[in-house]
Design a protein. Structure first.
Length: 153
């Protein structure tokens, strides 16, 4: 049996809740898992501050600028299974979760062309996880801990 490739990835993600909706991004055909909805965010570049990364990723994936960003949690996932490009992978993802505020009247739009995000939307909380908005585990984690991710008042 072939040993799976080992991948460890550090990401910074924005949790943005405004009234009864959350900002989510959809994973494009270049990402994994395709078509699933995620928090805006992504990989922290080598030498980049995670605080800068969450702001950069928010702008690239949703065209929004953070007014405030506060680190509130760390989540991780470890999976050994078929992954990107149907390759057997030992994947360990570490996610830094920031509560972020933006102008609530802002309309999200994907800025980065050809990236791993193809849509950004304000999604009603009741619709998250339905057939129209299937979600990745990090979004489930946020929904299971709503008080931890409440925006500052």
């Amino acid at each position: 049996m072939v040993e799976p490739s080992r991948t460890q990835r550090l990401g910074a993600y924005a949790v943005i809740v405004s009234e009864d909706r959350m900002l989510l991004t959809r994973i494009s055909a270049k990402g994994y898992p395709v078509g699933q909805w995620n928090l805006p965010g992504g990989g922290v570049d080598h030498g980049e501050s995670p605080h800068d990364a969450v702001r950069r990723e928010l702008f690239e994936e949703a065209g929004l600028k953070a007014v405030t960003a506060k680190l509130v949690d760390v989540s991780s996932i470890h999976v050994i299974d078929l992954g990107r490009n149907d390759a057997y992978e030992d994947y360990h993802g570490i996610a830094l979760l920031y509560v972020v505020t933006v102008d609530p009247e802002s309309e999200p739009r994907v800025v980065e062309i050809g990236g791993t995000t193809d849509r950004a939307e304000w999604v009603r909380l009741d619709d998250i996880g339905t057939a129209d908005y299937p979600i990745v585990g990090i979004v489930e984690h946020v929904l299971a801990n709503p008080d931890q991710f409440a925006a500052p008042t």
